[in-house]
Design a protein around this ligand. Structure first.
Ligand SMILES: Nc1nc2c(ncn2[C@@H]2O[C@H](COP(=O)(O)OP(=O)(O)OP(=O)(O)O)[C@@H](O)[C@H]2O)c(=O)[nH]1
Ligand SMILES: [Mg+2]
Length: 209
């Protein structure tokens, strides 16, 4: 299995003209503020403070690029759904993210994070629509799985799988997996999915269907 031997913060991107010059495959981390994006990124990189994770929601405002193994990028997208963000900023966020996703090719896979204790929000559903529309492979990651008793977590995973079965069967969703930064639940599975995503291009995926 892929092993992360080096991880460093590369740059923040507030405007698509600032994208890194070196084009490498990207693993995206998407989700509402406070869902656990930075924590997941840190855990996968075996680093405590690579990505700033905080208890103040809405802190990550830029698209943050991390160079991993000098071979690919982890990309931490700004969290959405934070109520105190002014409307104008929200419109800017939408434009930035949609144009970012439109680039298509460099994106190997997106991790769409949702709190395992909650239902998807309208913004989560909108993000998933965009991922489907731009044909970006993605995984639904149910975060903070340590906060649910095992039986409830199992039921929640099943409920998500049932709700999004069309996206899994005919769309771009590769599955629903739990994750906990506390217990490490899901980490190895995610690393395998990341490794697999490098081998698969979207054209191949379509041909396979
Ligand atoms: N119990 C538990 N807490 C978690 C887990 N993942 C994240 N947290 C906590 O949830 C809070 C938010 O985590 P972050 O990783 O900063 O969330 P984020 O999605 O990066 O948030 P923004 O950058 O604001 O969009 C922090 O207090 C974390 O410690 C988890 O798996 N289990
Ligand atoms: Mg963050």
């Amino acid at each position: 299995m892929i092993k992360i031997t080096s991880a460093e913060f590369l740059q923040g991107v507030a405007d698509l003209r600032q994208l890194p010059k070196r084009e490498l495959k990207e693993i995206l981390f998407i989700g509402r503020s406070n869902v656990g994006k930075s924590s997941l990124l840190n855990k996968l990189s075996n680093r405590k403070n690579l990505a700033r994770s905080s208890s103040t929601p809405g802190k990550t405002r830029e698209i943050n690029y991390y160079l991993i193994n000098d071979a690919f990028y982890f990309v931490d997208l700004p969290g959405y759904g934070y109520a105190k963000v002014p409307e104008q900023m929200r419109a800017g966020w939408k434009k930035l993210i949609e144009n970012f996703l439109k680039r298509g090719d460099p994106i190997a896979i997106a991790m769409q994070l949702i709190d395992s204790r909650q239902e998807p929000t309208p913004l989560d559903l909108m993000m998933m629509d965009w991922l489907e529309y731009y044909e970006i492979p993605y995984l639904l990651v149910l975060t903070k799985s340590d906060k649910l008793p095992v039986s409830k977590l199992g039921k929640q995973i099943e409920a998500y799988k049932e709700r999004f079965q069309a996206q899994v069967a005919d769309g771009c969703c590769s599955g629903v997996v739990p994750f906990s930064v506390v217990s490490g639940d899901g980490k190895n599975g995610l690393m395998k999915m990341i490794e697999g995503s490098f081998k698969e291009t979207r054209t191949e995926k379509k041909e396979a269907v």
